[in-house]
Design a protein around this ligand. Structure first.
Ligand code: TEU
Ligand code: CA
Length: 545
């Protein structure tokens, strides 16, 4: 089975609530996205991944779907969606849908029927009796809450690995698979080019037996990348994706390289590529909520390992679940231009498909929230409660949430210096970062030496240079702060050098013989790599005989 993606794909993630509001209700919407398609075309991206736009009570901002075949009214209508697909297509842009099939909303008709006692739909979910007055098992939960919720005053519980409004589907039931095939075909018939598959490697639970006790996610060994999951992916690929030539990127939590290979080796016909998480943990202390200083060394080691050992990956540094990278690097915000553009350079020169998140191209930073009331993210609130329970003092709790909250990557897109950053004329659903007067797209568009201009240049290089799209990867140098690698194809050699710190570092000797500059985020080339300097070099081509 061949790959269903093109090597020149550059993906841009839209978080619809936060992208562009068109009617002043403070919530981004599909007509808003349509109005920005020219901006996206000019940026150079050719694929848009939309975070969920389906009907949802928004317990988890759309990742709790109440109807897979209709559009969230706040986002617009199905006609708006069709218009988006067609307008995007006219600009050479394909639409990717978010497929959330580990769970539905508790307000989905299936769950409602299950709760009303309909045996057919009860079997769509994972419902068990408690054990001697206790929970059915000892599992943990991704949002640090109890994964079992009791059904009324019965002795039965339903399983949810996320919020209690996100009941997990029972993938042992073939009817669930049939429903999902049908849903996927519905969207493929509308012309979408593929799916981003939410937490896809945890959908199939082997057993509901107790798990080995661990700090978080006890029980995960019973559902992480199970054989049942591989079978489902193969079926969906063969029966649904393949006939449409559609592609699938998996969001796969806790994958290591062997697991990643099993999920996306071309010969196996499952996923085309996946989002791994290891590189996102370069400032973690065991758990993602407990952070330490980001270590460039840890970051580059992880990148290098994945570049060498996996043939193709989905490369991202930000998304709607992650803080902004400029805010993660020590002193990154202080060097916002250099840091954002270095990340553009890095992302567009790594081997694999780049996925950028809205706002990255203008160097947006973490939200400037002042207290928990300004945070909407369900996970931030549950983790706050968990931390309180552990006796962590309030000040520390707030520091922790401020740094890790998923809302950091969800603040409304900063379009201009006008009121509400040009995002809305109403009251924004989430606090707009106060730095919008300096950090905004209008300002960037007027600056041919700005962050946006650099992203555009790197994206265009990425799409036109075969060595960047298809070349082999070789590590050239790894220091404390400098990461350099080559991309090589048919004798063409490119060298990407990143200073991943705010420090001045002497250019290592072995990199000094590369003289020809293809891209750089500083005006000149010196023997010193300045804070967050990025250089893309080309080997001097010998001319003549
Ligand atoms: O995220 C899954 C996931 O494991 C994490 O990245 C998640 O953000 C959480 O922090 C775990 O602690 C996906 C979606 O991207 C996320 O927005 C959803 O909330 C989640 O699945 C449930 O659908
Ligand atoms: Ca709106």
């Amino acid at each position: 089975m061949a790959a269903n993606y093109k090597k020149d794909m550059v993906v841009y993630q839209i978080y619809p609530r936060s992208f562009q509001d068109s009617n002043g209700d403070g919530i981004g919407d599909i007509p808003g996205i349509i109005s920005r398609l020219d901006y996206l075309r000019d940026l150079g991206v050719n694929t848009l991944w939309l975070s969920p736009v389906y009907k949802s009570p928004d317990a988890d901002n759309g990742y709790d779907i109440a109807d897979y075949k209709s559009i969230q009214p706040a986002f617009g209508t199905m006609a708006d969606f069709d218009e988006l697909v067609s307008q995007a297509k006219q600009r050479g842009i394909g639409i990717v849908m978010d497929l959330v099939i580990n769970h539905t909303s508790d307000e989905h008709e299936w769950f409602q029927k299950a709760m009303a006692g309909d045996p057919k739909y009860r079997d769509y979910y994972i419902i068990r009796k408690g054990k001697n007055g206790k929970l059915p098992n000892n599992w943990g939960n991704f949002f640090a809450v109890c994964p079992w919720t009791r059904i009324g005053d019965t002795d039965e519980y339903y399983l949810h690995l996320f919020d209690k409004k996100q009941p997990d589907l029972n993938w042992h039931n073939p009817a669930v698979l049939e429903e999902v095939k049908d849903i996927m075909r519905f969207w493929l018939d509308k012309g979408v080019v593929g799916f981003r598959c939410d937490v896809i490697n945890i959908i199939y639970k082997d057993t509901l037996a107790d798990g080995k006790k661990q700090l978080a996610l006890t029980g995960i060994e019973h559902y992480l990348s199970t054989q049942g999951c591989h079978e489902i992916l193969k079926t969906l690929r063969r029966e649904v994706l393949e006939p449409y030539g559609a592609f699938a990127v998996g969001e796969t939590v806790m994958v290591d390289i062997p697991k990643a290979r099993d999920l996306c080796d071309e010969s196996r016909g499952e996923l085309d590529m996946l989002f791994s998480f290891e590189h996102m943990g370069c400032d973690d202390l065991g758990l993602k909520w407990f952070k330490t200083r980001l270590s460039p060394k840890r970051l580059m080691h992880t990148l290098d390992k994945w570049q060498r050992e996996l043939h193709w990956n989905a490369w991202y540094f930000e998304n709607h679940d992650q803080p902004r990278f400029v805010s993660r690097f020590p002193d990154g915000e202080k060097h916002r231009y250099a840091c954002s553009t270095m990340m553009a350079g890095l992302q567009m020169t790594l081997r694999g498909t780049p996925y950028m998140h809205e706002g990255q191209e203008i160097g947006m930073t973490n939200g400037d929230f002042r207290n928990l009331d300004e945070i909407q993210d369900v996970e931030s609130h549950t983790v706050w409660e968990m931390a309180k329970h552990l006796g962590i003092p309030k000040g520390m709790r707030w520091k922790m949430i401020r740094r890790t909250s998923r809302d950091n990557g969800r603040t409304p897109m900063q379009w201009s210096a006008e009121e509400n950053a040009g995002f809305t004329t109403g009251k924004p659903w989430l606090k707009i970062n106060g730095n919008y007067r300096e950090v905004n797209a209008a300002r960037e568009m007027a600056d041919d030496k700005g962050i946006l201009a650099f992203w555009k240049y790197m994206i265009s290089l990425r799409k036109s240079e075969p060595a960047l799209m298809d070349g082999d990867y070789f590590l050239a140098y790894m220091g404390k702060n400098i990461y350099a690698f080559e991309r090589v194809l048919d004798g063409k050699r490119l060298l990407s050098i990143c200073n991943m710190s705010a420090k001045q570092v002497k250019l290592p000797k072995q990199l000094a013989q590369w003289k020809q500059v293809v891209a750089s985020n500083y005006e000149d080339i010196t023997p010193v790599m300045r804070p967050f300097e990025f250089r893309l070099m080309q080997e001097e081509v010998e001319c003549g005989d």
